[in-house]
Structures are given as structure tokens and as C-alpha cells.
Ligand binder design. Structure first.
Ligand code: PEP
Length: 253
């Protein structure tokens, strides 16, 4: 099944409001010509969502957030809810990025709650899964990502599964300059697709599975030429408009 490619930039904890405004302008101008063939989104930090939404008004480049809390409001100091993200202009939200799992205690159960809260608010979740280096080296990659995706998607209707994206991001490849080979990525993406077929047979073929982990303009096209690699989740390279555009061009090939 032909799936439209999707490239999403994760800015992590980078860029003030003024810096974000300048970068969004550049990204919008460079990315828009590709939006017929490639879906493009950026996920700036919470504090820059307002200026990013202003700069993206009327654009086909989508806005996303990097995290959310599963409650819609309440005494949860420092947290941001799904309805607040919708209000800020977001269409997408990352759920369970490995840096959240590693440094902030996100568990499989929390990722499931976040995914459900995002869907309930009408956001499009990007559910992130991935193995650490010791897990890969001990041959547990498919077991780990399988557990993560089953947990995140458990209890969802096929329609809900059809309105989310999965991102496979090997932890050892994030921000390290090491990339999974296209064959390694395809192996895991195909396994994830098989699990999606089990969980939601009618929706699985439409779900996009992104690869993330040191994607750059020079490796993007090769990774995305694989049958189950439907786009990229891009960290470092999304902070430079030229590099991000190079990756979008790779998706367009
Ligand atoms: C990410 O943070 O999702 C990511 C893939 O980072 P990088 O591209 O910098 O490895």
C-alpha cells in the first residue's frame, strides 16, 4: 500500500521564541513546495508553540508538541494537557520519546495513557519505540519494541490505530551519529507492521512507521526507500532548515 511519506522535526530543548520564529519561517518556505508529496511537521518546545503557530498560520506544515500529560487539567505542576496543545495549534504530539522514557520515567503504561489522551483530544500521536544498545546486542530488539507498541496501542479501536503514527527510534542511534542500516530499520519496521496487523487488521497498512536516529540528508533517501519506512523523525538535523529540507527531499524521491 502506498503511504504518503511523513517527516517530523523534533527540536527537543532548543530555540527561544525569537529563534524559533526565524527557523519556522525558513522551514515553512523551504518545506511547503514538497507538501503535496510529503507530510511535514515540526515539534518545537512548549514555549515556542505560540510563535510557531503564528508563523505556520495557513501553512500545510503541521505543528506538534514533544510531550503531554494524560489528564486534561488539574494539579499537575509543570505539565501540559492535550486540550492545551490543541488550543496552542498543535495537530501532532510525540508520545514516549526515548528521552522521556530514559530521563523522565515515562513507562509503557504512561505512554498508553498519553496516546489515549492525545487521540481523545483529536491530536495525532506519534508513538515512539526503540531498543537500547544492550537490548540490541542481546538479541532482544523485536521483543522490546513489540512490548512497547503493544502496550501503547492496547485497547485502541482500529480507527484510533489508523489515526496515529509509530516511530521506531533505536536509542543507540539518537543523537549519536550512528544510524541503523536500512536493512536493520526495515526488519524492525516489518515486525512492527506485523504487530499492527494483529492489533488492527483493517488499519495496519495505512499506519505510517517513521524511522528516527541520526537521520541526515545523506542517509534519508536510502532509509526511506525501504517498503515499511514511511518517513523520518528527525532530531538534530531538524534545527537547520537546509538539512531538514534535504531530508524532506530524500522522502520525496
Ligand atoms: C530524535 O530525537 O527523535 C532523534 C531521532 O534525534 P537525532 O535525529 O538527533 O538522532
Amino acid at each position: 500500500m502506498a503511504r504518503k511519506k511523513f517527516v517530523c522535526g523534533n527540536w527537543k530543548m532548543h530555540r527561544t521564541g525569537a529563534e524559533a520564529r526565524a527557523l519556522v519561517r525558513e522551514v515553512r518556505a523551504a518545506a511547503e513546495p514538497f507538501c503535496d508529496r510529503v507530510d511535514v511537521a515540526i515539534a518545537p518546545p512548549f514555549t515556542a508553540l505560540g510563535v510557531a503557530a503564528e508563523e505556520l498560520a495557513g501553512s500545510r506544515v503541521g505543528l506538534g508538541a514533544q510531550n503531554l500529560h494524560w489528564e486534561s487539567q488539574g494539579a499537575f505542576t509543570g505539565e501540559i494537557s492535550a486540550p492545551m496543545l490543541v488550543d496552542a495549534g498543535c495537530r501532532y504530539v510525540l508520545c514516549g520519546h526515548s528521552e522521556r522514557r530514559q530521563f523522565f520515567g515515562d513507562t509503557d503504561e504512561w505512554v498508553q495513557r498519553k496516546t489515549r489522551a492525545a487521540l481523545a483530544a483529536g491530536l495525532h500521536p506519534i508513538v515512539c519505540v526503540g531498543e537500547t544498545l544492550p537490548e540490541r546486542e542481546s538479541g532482544r530488539t523485536l521483543e522490546v519494541v513489540g512490548r512497547q507498541v503493544r502496550a501503547a496501542l492496547s485497547g485502541l479501536t482500529p480507527q484510533q490505530v489508523g489515526s496515529l503514527t509509530v516511530a521506531y527510534e533505536p536509542v543507540w542511534a539518537i543523537g549519536t551519529g550512528k544510524t541503523a542500516s536500512s536493512a536493520q530499520a526495515q526488519e524492525v519496521h516489518a515486525a512492527l507492521r506485523a504487530i499492527l496487523r494483529e492489533l488492527a487488521p483493517s488499519a495496519a497498512d495505512a499506519v505510517r512507521i517513521l524511522y528516527g536516529g541520526s537521520v541526515k540528508p545523506d542517509n534519508a533517501a536510502e532509509l526511506m526507500s525501504q517498503p515499511d519506512v514511511d518517513g523520518a523523525l528527525v532530531g538534530g538535523a531538524s534545527l537547520k532548515a537546509a538539512d531538514f529540507t534535504g531530508i524532506i527531499q530524500g522522502a520525496n524521491r
